[in-house]
Design a binder for this molecule. Structure first.
Ligand SMILES: NC(=O)c1ccc[n+]([C@@H]2O[C@H](COP(=O)([O-])OP(=O)(O)OC[C@H]3O[C@@H](n4cnc5c(N)ncnc54)[C@H](O)[C@@H]3O)[C@@H](O)[C@H]2O)c1
Length: 370
C-alpha cells in the first residue's frame, strides 16, 4: 500500500474530461502531485504534456503508469466499457482509483468490483463531482438542521444538446461501449442529486426513446418515481434541446427549492432559490444558512475530500453504495422502459437478469428520429 500522508502522487488516464481533473488537481497543488498523464491518443497526450510543462510523465499505456512507484492513485477518465477491467488492474497494482461515471456497466460488475476491493487495501472513489455546489450544499445543510424533511414532489430536468460531432467519437452512442444513452451518461448526475437529497428510490416507471440522433442508445427519457420516503419525482431528459439547461426543483412541506445555476453542467452551484412556507421559517432558514462556511465546488471539492478520506479516514465524497444506487436507478429505468413503463421496484431481486445486463433485448427503444 502506498503512503497516504502528505501530497498524493496521482496519474490521470484519459485526457478528455481528464483535463477537468487536471485543472482541479492544479488548484490543489498542496494535496496532489501529478506524476503522469496517460492517453493512447498521442496528439492529446502531447498537447496535455505541453500544457502541464515538464512536471508529469506522458505515457501511452496504463501498465507504464502502474509501474511507477510514485503514483499512489489513478484517475480513470476512459470510456465506460473499459472501467471495470482498468479498475481491477489498478487495484491489483496496490493503487487507489478515482473512476469516472458510469463506474461500471451493470450491478453484477459492481459486485465484481466489491470482490476485487476485498482482495487488498486500495480504495475506489466514484466520480459524481456535479453534486458539489453551493446550492445543493445549502439544501443538505438545511436538511441537517431539520428543515426540508417532508418531501412532496421533485422535478429533475436534464435538457442538453448533443449532435453528430459529439457522436463522431467511436465509443459514444453504442450499447457495447457507452453502455447507455442520456439516462446513463448525462442525466445520471442530476439523478444522483435527487437521491442525495431524497434518499432511495422505491419504484420506477419509465419510457425511453431515440428521437434526436442516429444512435443505438436512447436520447429521450421520461420517468415517474416513488421514493422510499413516499414522495414522488418526475425525471425528464433529452439530448435534443435547443440549448443546454439543467433544473432541479424540490417541493417540501416547509419550503420550495429550485436550482438556479446558469451552468447546465453545474446545476448544484448557487444561487438556488429557497422559498419558505412562512416568514418565521424564512427567518430561521437565513440564520441556518449564515452559519455555513464556504467550500470548494465540483472536481476540486471531490479531490479535496478524496485526499482527506485517504489521509484522515474521513468519509469518501461519493460512496460505492451511492454509485450502486445510481446504477440501480439506471437498471430500473431500462427494465421499466423495456416493459412499456411497467413499474419496477428497487432493490432488484438478486436473481433479476437485469443485474447482469440492462440492455434492451431488441437492441434499442422506440426509434423515431426528428
Ligand atoms: N464527470 C463528468 O462530468 C464527465 C464528463 C464527461 C465525460 N465523463 C465520463 O468520462 C469518461 C470519458 O469521457 P470523455 O468524454 O472524456 O471521452 P473522450 O473520448 O473524450 O476521452 C477518453 C480518452 O481516453 C483515451 N483512452 C481510451 N482508451 C484508453 C486506454 N486504454 N488507455 C489510455 N487512454 C485511453 C482516449 O484516447 C480518449 O482520449 C466516460 O466514462 C464519460 O462518461 C464524465
Amino acid at each position: 500500500m502506498k503512503r497516504t500522508s502528505g501530497a498524493l502522487g496521482i496519474a490521470v488516464v484519459g485526457l478528455g474530461v481528464g483535463q477537468h481533473h487536471l485543472d482541479a488537481l492544479a488548484a490543489l497543488a498542496a494535496l496532489y502531485e501529478v506524476r503522469a498523464v496517460c492517453d493512447l491518443d498521442e496528439g492529446r497526450l502531447a498537447a496535455t504534456a505541453r500544457r502541464l510543462g515538464t512536471k508529469a510523465m506522458a505515457l501511452r499505456h496504463l501498465d507504464d503508469v502502474l509501474a511507477d512507484p510514485s503514483v499512489d492513485i489513478v484517475a480513470l477518465c476512459t470510456p465506460p466499457h473499459l472501467h471495470l477491467a482498468q479498475i481491477r488492474q489498478v487495484l491489483a497494482a496496490g493503487k487507489h482509483v478515482v473512476c469516472e461515471k458510469p463506474l461500471v456497466g451493470s450491478l453484477d460488475e459492481l459486485a465484481q468490483l466489491r470482490l476485487a476491493l476485498a482482495q487488498g487495501e486500495a480504495q475506489v472513489f466514484p466520480v459524481f463531482q456535479s453534486r458539489f455546489g453551493e446550492g445543493l450544499r445549502q439544501l443538505k445543510h438545511l436538511q441537517a438542521c431539520g428543515f426540508a424533511r417532508h418531501a412532496l414532489v421533485a422535478t429533475i430536468e436534464t435538457h442538453w444538446r448533443r449532435g453528430a460531432e459529439y457522436y463522431a467519437t467511436a465509443w459514444r452512442g453504442r450499447w457495447a461501449t457507452e453502455r447507455g444513452g442520456v439516462c446513463l451518461t448525462q442525466a445520471i448526475h442530476a439523478h444522483d442529486m435527487l437521491t442525495h437529497v431524497l434518499g432511495p428510490v422505491h419504484t420506477v416507471s419509465a419510457q425511453l426513446a431515440t428521437r434526436v440522433n442516429d444512435i443505438e442508445v436512447e436520447d429521450c427519457l421520461a420517468a415517474a418515481l416513488r421514493m422510499a420516503d413516499g414522495s414522488l419525482a418526475s425525471l425528464s431528459a433529452t439530448l435534443g434541446a435547443t440549448s443546454n439547461r439543467s433544473r432541479l426543483r424540490f417541493l417540501f412541506a416547509d419550503l420550495s427549492v429550485e436550482s438556479a445555476s446558469a451552468n447546465p453542467y453545474r446545476p448544484a452551484q448557487g444561487p438556488w432559490r429557497f422559498e419558505a412556507a412562512t416568514p418565521a421559517i424564512e427567518a430561521q432558514l437565513h440564520e441556518a444558512l449564515a452559519a455555513l462556511p464556504p467550500a470548494r465546488e465540483g472536481f476540486e471539492r471531490l479531490f479535496e475530500l478524496i485526499h482527506a478520506s485517504l489521509r484522515n479516514g474521513s468519509p469518501p465524497p461519493v460512496t460505492l453504495d451511492e454509485a450502486e444506487a445510481a446504477l440501480s436507478l439506471v437498471t430500473a429505468i431500462y427494465a421499466s422502459a423495456a416493459a412499456d413503463g411497467a413499474p419496477i421496484a428497487l432493490p432488484l431481486p438478486a436473481t433479476d437478469p437485469a443485474r447482469t445486463d440492462w440492455r434492451p433485448a431488441g437492441g434499442g427503444f422506440a426509434k423515431s428520429l426528428a
